[in-house]
Design a protein. Sequence first.
Length: 256
Amino acid sequence: MRIVIKVGTSTLAHSTGNINIRHVEELCKVMSDLKNAGHEIILVSSGAIGMGVGKLSLKEKPQDMPTKQAAAAVGQCELMYTYDKLFSEYNHTVAQILLTGLDLEDNERYHNIQNTMNRLLELNVLPIINENDTVSTHEIAVGDNDTLGAIVAVSMKADLLVLLSDIDGLYTADPHKSENAELISVVEKITPEIESLGGGKGSSLGTGGMVTKLNAAKLCMSKGTDMVIANGSNPSVLYDIVDGEKIGTKFIANKI
Ligand code: GLU
């Protein structure tokens, strides 16, 4: 299987912005093992701004663009250093790919990205993608990595996109507010009812939330890629997801 895995800041970093060593180590181990089992893995990793906040000892996620971009520049180094180190332990080579919305809209750039990614996969490398936050301004940014993950999954014709987040999946109501909220395990169509469940915002350091995840699902489903939202606090759920077990919320692609 070709699998795109998107990991949110809430999984990679503590609320202080410092790296969540347990999560990241476990995640790299499981992804390495899935690669060893013959799957092609592409990682879309957030966490640059969050880790920059930690490394620069800022009190909270910055609101102004230059500080956000500075934090991303610092945090992206930390992120890739960590991935390179951990994946090396399992003999896997990683590559960094930083993209903006502009790169994906321009035909030539888009094809260059696809060519590079395909060659990296042929070379058995694990591509790690993030938005190029240092050059992205509002106008040219994809804006959130749920969407970026979906675009990457669709353009690389992946079988599956997994969004690892700090929530178990899509609920019938906000589980933080309602005791009766139930996890929806399968979604076959994004109806207006499903869309109305997208309300909540993301974590304090991250960017997305359920709205961006539902948009990602729409894109994937329309282009033949299944998508799963699952909780990243236990990365070994990836094994079960790949085995087709009922974990989190699965969005089934429209059969073309
Ligand atoms: N590119 C952002 C970062 O690395 C994350 C965007 C997102 O989480 O959706 O901090």
